[in-house]
Every structure is written in structure tokens, then in C-alpha cells.
Design a protein around this ligand. Structure first.
Ligand SMILES: Cc1cc2nc3c(=O)[nH]c(=O)nc-3n(C[C@H](O)[C@H](O)[C@H](O)COP(=O)(O)OP(=O)(O)OC[C@H]3O[C@@H](n4cnc5c(N)ncnc54)[C@H](O)[C@@H]3O)c2cc1C
Length: 173
């Protein structure tokens, strides 16, 4: 790893990986460094978006990651009625966490104008995996060209919160 970089990408999940990929796809000579605090990339939400049972039980605000087993019986019962072999399935692992929801349930994408040179791509909740390829392309445009050209991303700007321009997503998950 070099001591200097043209672009530092913080977080080696699907979003950071896609951003780094598309920056280099556009500008192969760019020095892009991907920072990940864990020993491996992709161990955050990205690794949790694969097959599983999601109970989505509301929890109290806070960072309590204790698994609440109570909703599992109802979810498993419903799954087994729909797909009978699932009645034999066993839980391999369980975890609890907090979805990265924004007040309007949309992701946030683009420059943090009060901190020039700092850009954000967060808050994609339950749809970040499928949006990641497009987010990488758009962030590469924002960083390299100063604006996104593939689509208008103003509605996803960080500024919308202060300006009160929130259009809540109805089909939030
Ligand atoms: C149960 C579940 C089911 C889901 N199902 C779907 C689905 O069906 N379809 C879909 O599109 N999406 C789904 N998602 C959402 C999707 O997984 C996320 O939106 C997406 O993975 C977010 O990617 P990310 O890169 O932003 O975050 P992460 O994968 O969490 O990556 C962030 C990374 O940043 C690192 N990091 C944090 N702080 C620092 C720091 N200070 N310095 C360095 N590194 C740092 C973390 O270690 C982590 O590796 C699901 C999520 C969950 C939890």
C-alpha cells in the first residue's frame, strides 16, 4: 500500500468495493486505497444480505445486538407451510442489528459540501446490494467529474436533510 492516494474509500463492503472498482475502471492510473477496519473485506452488512430468515422485529433504539428468538417460530412456521422441507431446517447462526435507515428511507449519495473532498454513500438499508453497481458508477462520476451524469442524484443528496426536501419511500424495507 502506498502512503499517499488520490482517493481513499472507507469501508470494504459492496458499496466501497463498487466505488473503488468503478473509479479504477474509469481511471486505471488513479491511486485508490480501500480502507477496511476488519481483517477481511465484505464482512459487514454485505455478507448478511444472502439467504436467510429476516424477522424485522422492531427493537428499542440503541446498539443492543442480543438476538430475540421470539419471532423465529412464526417466521419458520410460515416458511415451512410454503416450502414444507424447510420444517427440517435448523438455524445456523443469528444476529441482531440496526438497519441504516435515513429519515426518508432513501440512500444518501454525493458530496458533503461542508467538507470539500469528502463524499458519502450510505443509508441503503435493505437495498444496498442491488444498488451497489449503480452507486459505484455514480460515485465515480461525482468524484472524477464533479457531478453525476448517468442519472440525476439530487434527490439523494446529503443537503436534502437540512433543506427539508424529503420524499419518503413508501415501500421501505
Ligand atoms: C439481513 C439483510 C438482508 C439484506 N437483503 C438485501 C437484499 O435482498 N438486497 C439488497 O440489495 N440488499 C440487502 N441488504 C442490504 C445490503 O446488505 C446493504 O445495503 C449493503 O451490503 C451495504 O453495503 P455497505 O458496503 O454500505 O456496508 P457494509 O457491507 O456494512 O460495509 C461497510 C464496511 O465498512 C467497514 N467500516 C466501518 N467503519 C469503518 C472505518 N471507520 N474504517 C474502515 N472501515 C470501516 C465495515 O467493517 C464494513 O466492512 C440486506 C441486509 C441485511 C442485513
Amino acid at each position: 500500500m502506498t502512503a499517499t492516494a488520490d482517493v481513499l474509500v472507507i469501508g470494504g463492503g459492496i458499496i466501497g468495493g463498487s466505488v473503488a472498482f468503478h473509479l479504477l475502471a474509469r481511471e486505471p492510473r488513479l491511486r485508490v486505497t480501500l480502507l477496511e477496519r476488519e481483517a477481511e473485506t465484505g464482512t459487514g452488512s454485505t455478507s448478511k444480505a444472502t439467504g436467510g430468515v429476516r424477522t424485522d422485529k422492531d427493537i428499542k433504539p440503541g446498539l443492543d445486538a442480543t438476538v430475540d428468538w421470539e419471532p423465529f417460530a412464526a417466521v419458520f412456521g410460515a416458511a415451512a407451510r410454503r416450502v414444507p422441507p424447510l420444517a427440517e431446517a435448523k438455524v445456523m447462526r443469528a444476529y441482531a442489528g440496526i438497519p441504516d435507515l435515513t429519515p426518508d428511507y432513501h440512500g444518501t449519495l454525493g458530496p458533503a459540501r461542508q467538507a470539500p473532498g469528502f463524499y458519502v454513500a450510505y443509508g441503503f438499508s435493505g437495498h444496498g446490494f442491488m444498488h451497489a453497481p449503480a452507486i459505484g458508477i455514480l460515485m465515480a462520476e461525482v468524484v472524477l467529474d464533479g457531478r453525476a451524469s448517468s442519472m440525476d442524484i439530487d434527490a439523494l443528496s446529503l443537503d436534502r436533510f437540512g433543506a427539508g426536501h424529503l420524499r419518503a419511500e413508501a415501500n421501505m424495507f
